[in-house]
Design a binder for this molecule. Sequence first.
Ligand code: PLP
Length: 415
Amino acid sequence: MRILVEHSEDKKERSNIITMSQVAKEAKSKDPSVINATIGMLYDENEKFYTFKSVSEVDKILKDEEKFPYTNTIGVKPFCDAVLKWVFDKHLPYFLEHEHLSIVATPGGSGAISNVFSNYLNQNEKVLLPNYMWTNYIQIGYENFLGYQTYKMFNDKGTFNLEDVKKQIQELQKTQKRILFVINDPCQNPTGYGLTHEEWLDLINIINEAATKEHPFILLYDMAYIDYDKEGKDYTRETIYNFRLFNENVLTIFAFSGSKTLGLYGLRIGAMIGLNKNKENIEDFTNACQFSARAKYSMSTTYGMYLIAKILGEEKYLKPFEKELTEVTNFIRRRSAAFISSAREVGLKTLPFKCGFFVTFECKNPNAVYEYLVKKGVHIVPLDYGMRVAICSINEEHCKILPKIIKEAIDAVSR
Ligand code: PLP
């Protein structure tokens, strides 16, 4: 008999991204001409790990007592205040006045997602995920005894597939009371898609129709890459302002990632924010998520909280950070423009892309294409249905030349 319990027998790291990125890193350390487009972290135009200078500056002035002591599970007040202000921006007063909300610090967006999965469905129920997704959702679901069902992200026109979302919600409501719906928007991982305001308004209508007292609806808004949207902060926060249109049976939970917004990947800091029209639902949210946090990892890093509290909360640090964020968004835009236009030239069809860290295309035999490309010194990630290119981690020149190399690899493998 295996010593592992049955539920854990099948636990094997399913996401190969971290492993592949280690392989790529190793290859690049031996040969700098290697192209490593495997992981969702920012690299500069010299393909060196990118640290926001404004973040480093604040890091230098943090005192020991702002880094190392225990604090509390919910998160220190300056952190909570600063993140709320950052997420809701000029709409914060509206939400504070008209709705109920609460924030809990988490170890990255991952911690937030995990706490949502463990508190908003019963065991063996299914979470509704997009068919193109960050596959770690499946793993986090399994860890919390959940299955999953997928909605098709795109229709024939290459826009958001509202019909399928509606269909999958109705289907799932036949077998379970609650719907836990995950959307990663904008700059979706892995496609780079982002919903327009019109698409969001239609989605809100669909959700409102589905959400009743008997069928509560939980919208997990994974906003990991929100601050890299080419439309800018006013536009993305307008999307969030539209969440006021949800009815009282919809609980919105935001998963904020300090990894992505501030480049603090290894510091493991993020937050979850619950928003609802009903006070009790938010009290429940705080109690359950605080409990889960304490049970799973005790608390988030004090270091990360105070760093973010200062950068996002104090005008003198915020301004230079915002300026840098705009610069970074611009260099990512240039990279994606270079990639997309070369892809068009060589006939490499990407999935609908707007902006962000990744571009993805479908192809046959992704693993064979991966092996072929590795031999050519190119590392991108094979998925079940195609491959993902992390343009965040390679420079513009590499973005320009990569589609041709990829197209040749696909053709060679399919011969
Ligand atoms: N959501 C998406 C879509 C991601 O791609 C990631 C990380 O890659 C995360 C959430 C979580 O990131 P973290 O836990 O580092 O904040």
